[in-house]
Design a protein around this ligand. Sequence first.
Ligand code: NAI
Ligand code: SOE
Length: 389
Amino acid sequence: MPKALNVAMIGGGFMGKAHAAAYAAMPMFFWPAPAIPVRKVIVDVSHELAEEGRVRYGFEEASSDWRAVVRRPDIDVVDIVTPNDSHAEIAIAAAEAGKHIICEKPLARTAAEAKAMRDAVGKAGTVNMVAFNYRRTPAVALARKYIEEGRIGRILNFRGTYLQDWSADPDSPLSWRFQKKVAGSGAIGDIGTHVVDIARYLVGEIAEVCALVQTYHKTRPVQSGGLDKLGAAEKNATAARGEVDVDDEVVTLLKFDGGAIGSLEATRNAYGRNNFLTFEVHGTGGSIAFNYERRDELQVMFADDPADARGFRTVYTGPAHPYGSGLWPIPALGIGYTETKIVECYDFFSAVVGGIQPSPNFEDGYRTACVADALGESGETGAWIKVQQ
Ligand code: NAI
Ligand code: SOE
C-alpha cells in the first residue's frame, strides 16, 4: 500500500478548495498512488474560518497558528495557499522545520523574496514545488513532448496571452490582488507569470524583455472580508474607494536565451475573455497552438505534411498523451481545472517519495520572479531590461 503523508494546508480560499479536492482525488486517478495525502490540518486566519475549512475540505484538524503547525513533527508536507505576502515567511519557516513544500504561484512578491525561499529549501534539502498548474494540462505537456522530440524543429517564436475580464469593471472590488504590499504586482505576477512559466517550459530561459505596463483604474471600492471575491460577486459603486497600486495590463516583447523571440500579453480587463490562456509556438518544422478555454485540444501543424493536407489538425488529448494513464479512458471526455491540480499533486508526491526535485520548483519560481521584476522595471523605464539570472 502507498505510504500516508500528512499535509498541513495554510489557507482555505479558492486554492484551498482546489488543493483539497486534488488531495482527495489524486489516488482515485493515479493508482497505485505514489503516496496517500492525508488532509491533516488546515490553517486560516481565525479559528472559525479554519474550522469551516476543516469540515468543508475534509481535514482532521483546524488551527489559526501556522507557525506552530509547520513545526509539528507529524507534518510531512506544508501547502501554502495564502495570498502572496505570506508565501516567503511560511515557506522559510517550513523549510527550517525540514518540511516538503508546495507553494502557490507567484512564488513571492519579488525576486528577492523568491531567492530567499529558494535558498531556504536548498539548505533544507526538502522537495519543493511552485504550483504553476497550467503546464500540467495534458495538451500543454503534449506540446512540450513534440518540442522535445524535435517535431517542431528549432523554435523561432512564442506568442503567449493570458486575458481575463473579472476586473474590467472599475467598480469591481479592491481585493488583495490590487494591493502591492500583498500581491507584489497586478496582472504581471498574478497571471503573466503563468505565461512566463509555460514559455520557460516550452522554449527556455527568457533573456530580455521590453514591456508596456498600464494601470487603467487607479481606485476601486474597498472589498469587505479577506477572501478575494474576484470581481463579480461584489460591485459597489458607493463604497469607499481605495488606491490601486499595481498594474492592470502588461504587453511585452521577449528575447529567449536560445535565440527565439516572442511576445506576452496579460490583463484582467479584457471584456469577453475569461481564462484565455493561449500560446502559439512556431518552429522550423511546424507550429503548435493552444487555448486553455479549449484545453482538451492541441492544434498542431507539421511542415512535412503532404502539400494537399497542410494545415492545423486538432489532437484531442486522452490515454495516448501525457498523464493519460491516470486521467480519463477516452479522449475529450473533458479535462478541467481540478484535473490539472490532481496531476500537480501526483507529480509533487511522486517527487517526495522518489526524493527528486519536481519542476517547476523554487528555482524555477525564482527565475520566473526575475522575469516579473524585469517586466515591472521595463514598464517604468521604457527600456529593454536583461533578466537577472
Ligand atoms: P483567497 O483570497 O481565495 O484565499 C486566501 C486564503 O488564505 C483565505 O482563506 C485567507 O483567510 C487565508 N489566509 C490569508 N492569510 C493567511 C495567513 N497568514 N495564515 C493562514 N491563512 C491565511 O486567495 P486564493 O485565490 O486562494 O489565492 C491564494 C494563492 O493562490 C495566491 O498566491 C494566488 O496567486 C494563488 N492562486 C493560484 C491559482 C492557480 O491557478 N495556480 C488560482 C488562484 C490563486
Ligand atoms: C485571478 O486572476 C486568478 O485566480 C489567478 O490568481 C490564477 O492564478 C489564475 O489561474 C486564475 O485567475
